[in-house]
Design a protein around this ligand. Structure first.
Ligand code: NAP
Length: 477
């Protein structure tokens, strides 16, 4: 296993300041961990040109050769899991247990797409004439770019880069400024595995400038973005004049519905997992928990009991379950959502305030008596706040659950199989968790509808985003 220093042994990372660089700090302590280089527009343009020639060479390899290199990258991630997880916790704050889980999740995409690289099959179509053969082949789209968020610093990169590389594309990644170190550490291992640095590059700097460089160059044919809906809209708009392929994994406002007939233990566990993972800072976190009237009071009691037991702390401590939020801005948003709810009649059952641990720590919170006129009903809180809404009927709750511009993840808890189908089909979301709060894995298509995005990542569907169809019509008469 490599040391943290070896994993960060990349020319764009230093433990002393660059003249024009970006400090990366630990949100739990405020300490600076390392510095990353800001790449100029000129440097990035040069990298894009280099990626173009590297991509041609990479695409000319056999699928098996590409797959073998991806397997080696996967193996190196697993071998270095512990220190990759430590880097992630240091720059992002999540608990070390969750960081280890994320490295497994990130590596899972590489393994999956190493397997899929060998199954990029075309079709032979039934011809209209005996003298014609009609075929469809799939080819890599070419040079691609990714812009990723801070909440999943490793897996949001491999979920894009692994299918891109498997398909024969090049990829330039711009990670979030708050968590670039995980990106560089993964790149160091990619190069060791045999992926050329020109083919898979990490760049940091001014987000808007980099994004403009990506969207305006004709060389980049596809952009995959994960982050907020507001930024997604801008990237979508500025990619239009080049008609680029685009994938957008954006914000959510996940409803979680608990019916009277739910298995109470399973529902409590599912809500806790879907709400408090990563301190509530995931796009698939339950943002609104609807509980049917018959079990509402008991459910409030059980969730409050579980929430008040959560251990808040520095993510590097083994017993920490919830780390700090990413920054002070995130704390302010959580406070604003809570005070808006309290002013409109909500009750705070536990938490509700900043923790004495430090300026980025917030106590895990439960709010009851939530109503649809509160900000939390419409906006992603992105923090450790579990808001409990009471409902009476199935049709009422479906209307409320769908009453949002977002459509990423949703959850429901019921033991009634017919209701599971009925409600799943009625929910206007890209993903539905049924009696579970954990739905993400490399096998399934991850993504949303409405303002939550375009396209899917993961599974057999994810690689299609990096492929173009070409139709061949051959006259053999
Ligand atoms: P964000 O502000 O949109 O940032 C995401 C990325 O976009 C970062 O790399 C950021 O760079 C960059 N960026 C910022 N402004 C930009 C601009 N004007 N043009 C181009 N790029 C720009 O989002 P975030 O706060 O990091 O992440 C939280 C959001 O991501 C939430 O809404 C969450 O739901 C969503 N998310 C969605 C998924 C999904 O799969 N659907 C997964 C995870 C997160 P800098 O860091 O340098 O500013």
């Amino acid at each position: 296993m490599k040391s943290i220093e070896q994993l960060l042994n990349h020319p764009n990372v230093q433990f002393t300041p660059f003249s024009d660089g970006l400090p990366v700090d630990n949100p739990a302590t405020g300490d600076i961990i390392a510095y990353v280089k800001h790449s100029s527009t000129q440097e990035i343009t040069h990298q894009i040109e280099q990626a173009q020639s590297a991509q041609r060479e990479w695409a000319s390899k056999t699928a098996l050769e590409r797959a073998d290199i991806l397997w080696e990258w996967y193996r190196l991630l697993k071998e270095n899991k512990e220190n990759l997880a430590r880097i992630m916790t240091m720059e992002q704050g999540k608990s070390i247990t969750e960081s280890r889980g994320e490295i497994d999740y990130a590596a899972g995409f590489i393994r999956w797409y190493a397997e899929e690289a060998r199954r990029i099959d075309g079709d032979i179509l039934t011809s209209l004439k005996n003298t014609q053969k009609l075929m469809v082949i799939k080819q890599p789209v070419g040079v691609t770019a990714a812009i990723t968020p801070w909440n999943f610093p490793a897996s949001m990169i491999t979920r894009k880069a692994a299918p891109a590389l498997a398909a024969g594309c090049a990829m330039i990644v711009k990670p979030a400024s708050q968590t670039p170190l995980s990106a560089y550490a993964q790149a160091v291992l990619a190069y060791e595995a045999g992926i050329p640095p020109e083919l898979f590059a990490i760049v940091c700097g001014n987000a808007q400038e980099i994004s403009n460089t990506f969207t305006q160059t004709p060389i980049i044919r596809k952009i995959s973005f994960t982050g907020s809906t507001d930024v997604g809209i801008k990237i979508y708009g500025s990619s239009a004049n080049q008609i680029k392929k685009i994938s957008l994994e954006l914000g959510g406002n996940a409803p979680c519905i608990v019916f009277d007939d739910a298995d109470m233990d399973k529902a409590v566990q599912g809500v806790m997992q879907s709400k408090f993972r990563n301190g509530g800072q995931t796009c698939v976190c339950s943002n609104r928990v609807y509980v049917q009237a018959g079990i509402y009071d008991e459910f409030c009691r059980r969730i409050t009991e579980e929430t008040s037991r959560l251990k808040l702390g520095n993510g590097l401590d083994e017993d920490t379950q919830i780390g700090p939020l990413i920054d002070k801005k995130a704390i302010v948003k959580v406070e604003e959502h809570i005070s808006d709810a309290l002013n409109k009649g909500a009750r705070c059952l536990t938490g509700g305030k900043r923790s004495s641990l430090g300026s980025t720590f917030f106590e895990p919170t439960v709010l009851s008596h939530m109503t649809s006129n509160m900000r939390i009903a419409r906006e992603e809180t992105f923090g450790p706040v579990c808001p409990l809404f009471r409902f009476e009927t199935e049709s009422e709750v479906i209307t409320q659950a769908n009453d949002t511009e977002y459509g990423l993840a949703s959850y429901l808890f019921t033991e009634d199989t017919a209701r599971q189908w009925r409600v799943s089909e009625a929910l206007e979301y890209g993903m539905v968790g049924i009696n579970t709060g954990l739905i993400s894995n490399e096998v399934a298509p991850f993504g949303g509808i409405k303002m939550s995005g375009l396209g899917r990542e993961g599974g057999k569907y994810g690689i299609e985003e990096y492929l173009e169809l070409k139709y061949l019509c051959s006259d053999i008469g």
